[in-house]
Write a protein that binds this ligand. Structure first.
Ligand code: SF4
Length: 425
């Protein structure tokens, strides 16, 4: 019997471009995983996913090319590691992403991300949403990541500023500030209130940004405030701490660059060993698709060891901050081979462009978030040539101010795009 791929989305599974294969996305709260979990994921990748994995811009890990008959076994293997893909695709609350380079407040952020994931993952009240619902916590608002979430939290004073109704895709929209300095005890009830309004007022297939566009900010605020939990304050959780990554800033942080988030399983195994030796046993998948460590000692020796493990970042591609979605390499929606394109772009760019933050998305869904990079490339469509072949067309974005980036040029062929990048200096 043919698989019902649509019904599998709630398990974090998408169909891939080749018949019989699926992608499974593992949710990591705040992008954190332990060294044993990393080794376990590498072993699953070796058995079921061609030995490789993909680090996403939301701090999740994707396993591509899993045969449909192996999906249940992969789910079981992940459960044995204390990991889940539940709700990583489909109309559910997605993995709780977290960004902010080397934030000293990371323990607080990690704790909140774990509580949010526990609250919303596998909870049937929040699994039949009109579309995906993204929550992110951003220690550094300059990254602009809070603007593109359904709920974006920015630590502020003794609480969090709560931004809502942002999103990218075909109609990008920056979120707006719903409330300032919301205490941590109110965060879960307030998000529940937002989710209830979203579920009741968004048509199927639409995000929260659609609701605010239809009814206006004022009406949405009133509806959220009228929900029974909107002002509830929960007591601080009892028990042991929910954070495990060593706190900064005692010794600092190191990052292993991973071009386009494409990491072979044996690379993850090496990084797991590194984490045990120097990072308290914990790894962080970053929003730039790298793996970071909070060091438990001076950074000179670990920096040297990371280089000997093959993560010294000597290559030009690893030195440029480049977020890259899987594109047509692995995604059914992909219009362009994003990693190949990124390598071409890097080869042609001058020193000025090389110090900027870049992103390449293989279709208008914008998974690499090109609208919040300094420069973004988005495959916007395909054109048919005289010989019947199809070639991608691109938009080039630039972000020079607050908010989302603006389109500099549209409908560019690959050659025109490369010329445009070269002219950036
Ligand atoms: S942006 Fe498009 S091509 Fe890239 S991963 Fe997302 S859906 Fe796939």
């Amino acid at each position: 019997m043919a698989l019902d791929w649509q019904s599998l989305r709630i398990e974090g599974i998408y169909r891939q471009p080749v018949e019989g294969f699926g992608m499974l996305r593992i949710k990591l709260p705040a992008g954190v995983l332990s060294a044993p979990q990393a080794r376990g994921i590498a072993a699953i990748a070796a058995s079921f996913a061609r030995g490789a994995l993909h680090l996403t811009t939301r701090g999740s890990i994707e396993l591509h090319w899993v045969r449909e008959e192996d999906l249940a076994a992969v789910k079981g293997s992940l459960a044995a590691l204390g990991l889940t893909s539940r709700g990583a695709c489909g109309g559910a609350v997605r993995g709780i992403t977290c960004a902010g380079r080397g934030s000293v407040g990371f323990p607080q952020v990690e704790s909140l991300a774990r509580r949010l994931q526990r609250q919303f993952t596998g909870n049937p009240r929040f699994e039949r949403l009109p579309k995906k619902f993204k929550i992110g916590i951003f220690a550094d608002a300059a990254d602009r990541g809070h603007l593109i979430q359904d709920v974006g939290l920015v630590p502020q004073g003794s609480g969090y500023d709560v931004w809502i109704a942002g999103g990218l895709g075909r109609d990008p929209q920056a979120g707006f500030l719903l409330e300032e300095q919301v205490t941590e005890g109110r965060i879960i009830p307030l998000i529940e209130a937002i989710l209830l309004v979203y579920a009741a007022h968004a048509p199927a297939g639409k995000r929260l940004k659609h609701v605010v566009r239809e009814m206006g900010e004022g009406a949405l605020r009133e509806l959220i405030a009228a929900q029974p939990f909107a002002s509830e304050e929960l007591s601080p959780p009892a028990g042991l701490p929910d954070h495990f990554v060593p706190a900064l800033p005692d010794f600092g942080r190191l990052e292993a660059p991973v071009f386009g988030g494409e990491l072979p399983g044996d690379g993850l195994v090496r990084l797991a060993g590194f984490a045990e030796k120097w990072g308290g046993g914990w790894l962080l998948v970053t929003a730039d698709q790298n793996v970071a460590f909070h060091l438990t000692g001076d950074d000179a020796a670990p920096r040297q060891e990371l280089a000997t493990l093959g993560f010294g970042g000597e290559g030009r591609a690893e030195q440029i901050c480049f977020r890259i979605c899987p594109g047509s390499h692995e995604c059914r929606m992909g219009l362009a081979p994003t990693r190949d394109l990124a390598r071409q772009v890097i080869a042609g760019m001058g020193p000025v462009a090389g110090v900027a933050r870049w992103a390449v998305s293989g279709c208008p869904n914008s998974c690499a978030q090109p609208q919040i990079a300094d420069f973004g490339i988005l495959a916007s469509g395909l054109v048919k040539g005289d010989d019947g072949s199809r070639s991608p067309r691109f938009q080039l974005y630039r972000n020079q101010a607050e908010g989302l980036g603006e389109v500099m040029s549209s409908n560019l062929s690959t050659e025109e795009l490369l010329d445009a990048v070269r002219s950036l200096g």
